[in-house]
Design a protein around this ligand. Structure first.
Ligand code: ADP
Length: 392
């Protein structure tokens, strides 16, 4: 069965087509700068890259080009061969604890959650509608980034604010990157060969989050009401004292929108280092003895270590810790410094094994009390699996 996994952003559309249940990637690619000058796409088929600059006025244009390429390259002979399409949806509110087939009601819900995720859900809806129009026979499935965290208990998802903020306005921790954390949890379940295990998953990309997982169920996660909570990130501040916001507005005359923009787009690695949001640039800065890059790295490591330590206690011990996403999969230095800071828990790094990029590895020694792994995440495959399970 051919299944498309779609991740639609406001000006981009990423896709991967799988043959399921074999989990074979048939084609993948990215449409960029939709609705902006200089738009185009890149498609990878059998290791070969096709790159074209074309005008993409909207998401529908992207889907039209995608279909054209699929037919021209003989990946499909008719649209009927695309049996199902899974869309990554950032926010499923507190209603969706699992992936679902998208009906009119579900689509209305996703639109209504836009107030909770104004940067993401409207773009996800554009993607869904474009495919519904152009590939009308395919079953459409929504796979939510919040769903995996819906197992959190009230004591873990509530903030210490008036209870009515939750009941009336849905203010609570939702958690994000759930598709990735779920993928890692499933992967580790197979790897450890048991259903009862305690796991901490570290998704460290440009955005980052950490989850505590007990027997496959998430019991806590570092992102919150929005993705701007938890650890220090590329451009997001992570946890801060809310009182900073009115104070900075008063001191600088910035509007609320400007301060929030700063906390989302000008903070984190970029804000602290003044150099870059990219961890590779921060690591280069450290080699050049740039003090603010050193500081950024120290703050990042401390924020990750604090969450791991607190989840260790919450879980009552840990069987394994996984590192994933851009930084987690690629930066030996970040992993080394995090693991060394956790040595009080009896974790011992295997320096040689840790010298690895982008592939699965056990990076702790055989006498380490907790095993740490590098596990490349695969959100698209997780989407395709959920879709397959719903439509098979
Ligand atoms: P997202 O999907 O959230 O945009 P990614 O998971 O692609 O982000 O992660 C991006 C981050 O991963 C960037 O900070 C980038 O610097 C980092 N990264 C990618 N490759 C490496 C590498 N070889 N060494 C260190 N960091 C890396």
């Amino acid at each position: 069965m051919k299944i498309l996994a779609i991740n639609a952003g406001s000006s981009s559309l990423k896709f991967k087509m799988f043959e399921m249940p074999e989990e074979i990637v048939i084609v993948s690619g990215l449409f960029e700068r939709i609705g902006i000058d200089g738009s185009g796409y890149t498609i990878k088929i059998n290791g070969e890259k096709i790159k074209k600059e074309v005008e993409l006025k909207n998401h529908e244009d992207a889907v039209k080009y995608l279909i054209e390429e699929l037919i021209e390259n003989e990946i499909i002979s008719s649209l009927d061969e695309i049996e199902a399409i899974g869309h990554r949806i950032v926010h499923g509110g507190d209603k969706y604890a699992d992936s679902v087939i998208i009906t009119d009601e579900v689509l209305n819900d996703i639109e209504s959650f836009s107030s909770l995720a104004p940067l993401h859900n409207p773009a996800n809806v554009l993607g869904i509608k474009a495919f519904q129009k152009l590939v009308p026979k395919a079953t459409v499935v929504g796979v939510f980034d919040t769903a995996f965290h819906q197992t959190l208990e009230e004591k873990d998802f509530l903030y210490g604010v008036p209870y009515e903020w939750y009941t009336k306005y849905k203010v609570r921790k939702y958690g994000f990157h759930g598709i990735s954390h779920k993928y890692l949890a499933n992967y580790m379940e197979k790897k450890l060969g048991k259903k009862e295990f305690k796991l901490i998953t570290c998704h460290l990309g440009n955005g980052g989050s950490i989850s505590a997982i007990k027997n496959g169920k998430c019991i806590d996660t570092s992102m919150g009401f929005t993705p701007n909570a938890g650890i220090l990130m590329g451009t997001r501040a992570g946890d801060i004292d809310a009182s900073i916001i009115p104070y900075i507005m008063e001191q600088t005359g910035m509007s609320l929108d400007e301060v929030m923009n700063s906390l989302n787009k000008e903070s984190g690695f970029l804000g602290v280092s003044g150099v870059s949001s990219d961890s590779r640039d921060i690591e280069e800065g450290i080699l050049e003895n740039n003090q603010r890059c050193i500081l950024t790295h120290q703050m990042f490591v401390k924020s990750v270590v604090s969450y791991i330590a607190s989840y260790y206690v919450l879980l009552g011990g840990v069987d394994a810790i996984c590192f994933s996403a851009g930084i987690g999969e690629n930066s030996s230095k970040v992993r080394k410094d995090i693991i060394e800071a956790l040595s009080v828990l009896g974790i011992k790094l295997d320096e040689e094994a840790n010298n690895v990029r982008g592939k699965e590895a056990l990076i702790t020694t055989s006498d380490s009390k907790i095993s740490c792994y590098v596990i490349p995440t695969n959100e698209e495959l997780m989407i395709a699996k959920d879709v397959y399970n719903l439509v098979k």
